[in-house]
Design a protein. Structure first.
Length: 317
């Protein structure tokens, strides 16, 4: 343990703020007693350094500061930024997930206990839609209207959160549209084909059950509704920006409202199951420039296709 007078410690702190303490020994004048301002400063300094205050024979005060190891010459120094990077590389520290690399889809179930369904679930999404049962499906009752919305880049996608003005009715249940977001390329496939992008319109009923309407995108004419979302992108990830105009989610829907339906899951952790999916059979279009804008933010943010596991898929005739 190294011994320092308080003035010496103050001088070191001023010369090297934030630096590690690796003291070699120092001598300085004693600290005068009876100064309340200095006494308060000494106490704060002592607390911050984890030191022990020791009175001297002449009434002054010394601080004993535990010596810390100093890296050998040439050894890498772990700065705060480097420590944060190292922590991010260890998935179990905070459960961060991604679409590629060590924390990609193959590892999601290991990142947090609540993500276990990402590996063990038997009704996972997305799936490749093929050989569906063609039946007379009840039309989805869309009740969409222009609504206030806010846009956020959440680090995984661009998402628009909407005011609770929009609903769908299907199978006798009413669901409120909560948010919509985008994937590139499409997560859903139809007979093996992937599309340029996909929008997921996420709805919830009064009992917390989820229903997702999926819209697939091809290259073609621009989509005005998508452009409104792009126009209101915040400058920083994680910041939510309110738009000054209203967004009509009906602008995302194709003219042909026939669809595929099946029971699946969220396509991101925690991969919760029991989600009712409705995938519009007819794609809509996005201009190449609109696709490119999203691709600059997220070149790839699609979960791989999951096993159908024998589940029933119905499609409108």
């Amino acid at each position: 343990m190294n011994k320092f007078s308080v003035p010496a410690l103050l001088a070191l702190a001023l010369l090297a703020p934030g630096a590690g303490w690796a003291a070699r020994g120092a001598a300085s004048a004693p600290v005068p007693a009876g100064n309340d301002t200095l006494e308060l400063l000494y106490q704060r300094l002592s607390d911050r350094l984890g030191s022990v205050r020791q009175p001297t024979a002449d009434g002054s005060m010394l601080l004993k500061v535990p010596a810390r190891s100093v890296p050998a010459a040439g050894a890498p120094v772990r700065t705060a930024a480097k420590k944060a990077t190292d922590a991010a590389a260890v998935p179990h520290v905070h459960g961060a997930w991604a679409y590629e690399g060590a924390t990609g889809p193959q590892a999601w179930a290991r990142l947090k206990p609540e993500y276990a369904k990402c590996a063990s679930g038997q009704r996972q999404s997305p799936i490749d839609l093929r050989d569906g049962f063609k039946v007379q499906l009840e039309p989805v009752g869309f009740a969409y209207q222009p609504s206030a919305f806010r846009v956020i880049d959440n680090g995984h996608t661009v998402q628009a959160n909407l005011a609770p003005d929009n609903t769908i009715t299907v199978l006798g249940r009413r669901y409120v549209l909560k948010q919509l977001h985008f994937h590139r390329p499409s997560e859903t496939r139809i007979a093996g084909r992937a599309f340029e992008m996909e929008a997921h319109l996420v709805h919830q009923d009064s009992e917390g059950r989820l229903a997702v309407v999926s819209v697939l995108f091809d290259r073609g004419a621009a989509n005005g509704t998508v452009q409104q979302v792009w126009n209101n992108l915040p400058l920083e990830k994680g910041e939510e920006q309110a738009a000054r105009v209203a967004l009509d989610p009906a602008g995302l829907l194709p003219e042909d409202r026939r669809y595929y339906t099946f029971m699946g899951s969220l396509t991101t952790p925690p991969c919760s199951e029991g989600v009712l999916w409705m995938v519009m059979k007819q794609p809509v279009t996005l201009a190449p420039e609109q696709i490119e804008l999203f691709a600059r933010l997220y070149p790839m943010n699609a979960r791989p296709v999951q096993p159908a596991a024998g589940r029933m898929v119905k499609e409108s005739e």
